[in-house]
Design a protein around this ligand. Structure first.
Ligand code: ADP
Ligand code: ADP
Length: 239
């Protein structure tokens, strides 16, 4: 089934630049969709529409809809709270960006935002999220250490744990491995494959091999338009 879909989505930066042009695209449940295309074609802009990141700058403008199923909520609607959207659709960025806080507090962050104060509940969730991000064994004895003391690959898995803590339905990855070494990259790719079993993934990558390796569906963007979308096996075997 379709978990979410962009319907005739356009996006204009403050000043008028039309970075996403009338894009309609499904995200299939429990699948990884890779969004590829040349630098500057609008991939990151498109991804950021899914968690209302652009709202942070007044003057930006959306047109069209992003519908989430099964409740059919249009997450771009003005009366839908962006904070709620970010709990359901969480984001992992290119450069690991943990907060200047402990490992524990980084993962607990979303729960705090949600108003969760029960220590047991937060402890359990932090452990579950760190396990989900394949980081628990490496950090369980140092949860109060600053996140910055972790390696780059560990920091990225911490950011994934932070994103997982609110039980999102969709996870967005914006070039999640381009700042990482090959081993950490392989770890993150494996992790995405596992996460697909419990949620829906949209990953932006400029790396065609990565798209072919990890994704079930591939979408190709060019100059703000969606040129092609389909099963990865079909897209990559085309002449
Ligand atoms: P990609 O992720 O495919 O590299 P982006 O989504 O980052 O592409 O950029 C799409 C287009 O929007 C580019 O032309 C870029 O210069 C432009 N752009 C990106 N950010 C802004 C911004 N804050 N204000 C105006 N234009 C922007
Ligand atoms: P990962 O596979 O998580 O990217 P790396 O290959 O970068 O990890 O590093 C391997 C191991 O070295 C890590 O598991 C970590 O314990 C340790 N390490 C690397 N860099 C640091 C650092 N800056 N601080 C603490 N430990 C580090």
């Amino acid at each position: 089934p379709v978990k979410a879909e962009a319907r005739n989505l356009s996006f204009f930066y403050n000043g008028g630049h039309n970075a996403v042009k009338n894009v309609s695209m499904p995200l299939y449940e429990n699948k990884i969709t890779a969004l590829i295309g040349p630098s500057g074609c609008g991939k990151s802009t498109f991804l950021r529409c899914f968690n209302r990141m652009h709202d942070l700058y007044p003057g930006n403008k959306y047109d069209g809809q992003i519908i989430m199923h099964p409740d059919d909520t249009n997450i771009l609607e003005k009366n839908v709270d962006p904070i709620e959207v970010r709990m359901r659709i969480s984001m992992v960025f290119q450069k690991p960006n943990p907060f200047p806080k402990s490992i524990y507090e980084n993962v607990a962050y979303g729960l705090r935002v949600r108003g969760e104060t029960n220590r047991r509940v937060v402890d359990d969730k932090v452990e579950e999220a760190l396990k989900g991000a394949a980081l628990w064994n490496e950090v369980k004895d140092r949860l109060q250490d600053l996140a910055f003391n972790l390696s780059g690959g560990q920091q990225q898995r911490l950011c994934i744990a932070r994103a997982l803590a609110t039980d999102p339905e969709i996870m967005l990855f914006d070039e999640p491995t381009s700042a990482l070494d090959p081993i950490a990259t392989a770890n993150i790719e494996e992790l995405m494959s596992e996460l697909r079993n419990k949620l829906t993934i949209l990953v932006v990558t400029h790396n065609m091999q990565q798209a072919a390796r990890v994704s079930d569906y591939t979408a190709y963007m060019y100059l703000g338009e969606l040129i092609e979308h389909g099963e990865t096996d079909r897209i990559f075997t085309r002449p």
